[in-house]
Design a protein around this ligand. Structure first.
Ligand code: SF4
Ligand code: SF4
Length: 343
């Protein structure tokens, strides 16, 4: 089966974006060579990875309640698993052994943290779907960071897509993700995972573990109190409904000005960032200065800049906004014409 056919199929099954990465490239460029998240550690027979992205409905980023984002995250992830499984089945029917990976699976032995066998962000970038943002989410030109991704590992040798070399993220002069972050976890094209988890995984694995430790150390009365506490309820809810265990903080996704979904529906409600402080502004300024001076920056070192976009920011968001406005004007003119004809 050819790459174009696979893409057509993936779109017909419901994927919003689809790209193809070569397994050899992914094996040669692990995100962190100390803990290689590479296809060959999953299956030595894999030749290509079909990467699909599904967008998170923009309406949830206009809501006042964060949990609606998390519910949609779960719905999108389950739907995406089904789409990925259908693509794998079609490839198998065509004679190429293939399987879908679990998008949110993590492997404890890699870093004792939420660290998957494959990094879906890196898969997406290698498949030409986007580049890293300042907060190291993948930014797709179409939907910014408001997407989930997964990969289908196949033994078919497919024509891979070209990586984007232009940086999609506006970078230090934007820094809106940094300003919005409630735990100040955004680094210079990096993330402090522990800090991020405080808001994004309020009842994630480490919090649940800490609660169990507190419970074991407590005396009888304290244990009774703990049973009735918000933390215990959060622990139960995280286990049974997954609520609070991941994707609990939508802020850096909501405020990122990349993507037509932002221009159409978020530019108004997300314009002001209440979490912005003088300290965060100073931090962004220091990032900008460090880059201008050519200071060593981990997130932009020789290995990592591959995924940030080695050509740097060339104005993709401004071009996209212009095209979006033009399309809107054309649509408005067409509507006016149709109304005139009816009258
Ligand atoms: S998910 Fe929330 S806590 Fe994590 S980096 Fe984004 S804004 Fe910060
Ligand atoms: S909010 Fe701005 S700086 Fe942050 S990822 Fe998006 S474009 Fe980049």
């Amino acid at each position: 089966m050819e790459s174009a056919k696979i893409k057509e199929l993936a779109k017909s099954f419901g994927a919003d974006l689809v790209g193809i990465a070569s397994a050899k490239t992914l094996n040669d460029f692990p995100p962190d060579p100390r803990w290689p998240q590479t296809p060959d550690r999953v299956s030595p027979h894999c030749k290509s990875v079909v990467v699909i992205a599904c967008r998170i409905p923009v309406a949830v980023f206009r809501a006042k309640v964060g949990s609606v984002v998390q519910y949609m995250d779960m719905v999108v992830l389950r739907r995406m698993d089904q789409i990925a499984h259908k693509i794998a089945a079609a490839l198998e029917a065509d004679g190429h052994p293939s399987f879908a990976t679990a998008a949110q699976e993590t492997d404890w032995d890699y870093k004792n943290a939420s660290y998957g066998r494959l990094s879906t962000r890196h898969l997406g970038i290698e498949a030409g779907l986007g580049t890293f943002g300042l907060e190291v989410n993948i930014l797709t030109p179409e939907f910014g960071p408001r997407v989930y991704l997964t990969g289908i590992l196949t033994e078919a040798e497919l024509q891979p897509d070209e990586r984007l070399t232009e940086q999609v993220c506006i970078g230090e002069s934007c820094s809106r993700c940094l300003y919005s972050c409630p735990t100040d976890a955004v680094k210079h094209f990096g993330i402090d995972k522990r800090k991020c988890a405080q808001a994004a995984q309020e009842f994630g694995f480490m919090t649940s573990l800490a609660l169990l430790e507190r419970f074991m150390d407590a005396d009888g009365e304290q244990q009774k109190e703990l049973f009735r506490s918000r933390d215990m309820f959060g622990f139960w809810q995280g286990l049974t409904r997954v609520v609070g265990s991941f994707g609990d903080c939508p802020r850096c996704l909501a405020v990122c000005p990349v993507g037509n979904d932002y221009h159409a529906h978020l530019a108004g409600p997300q314009k002001a960032i209440p979490e912005k402080t003088d300290d965060k502004v100073a931090k962004a300024k220091a990032f900008k200065q460090a880059r201008q001076q050519g200071d060593p920056i981990d997130g932009l070192n020789e290995w990592n800049k591959r995924w940030v976009g080695p050509e740097g920011y060339q104005g993709i968001v401004a071009r996209q906004l212009q095209a979006f406005k033009k399309a809107q004007q054309q649509r408005a003119a067409q509507l006016e014409e149709q109304t005139d004809e009816v009258e």
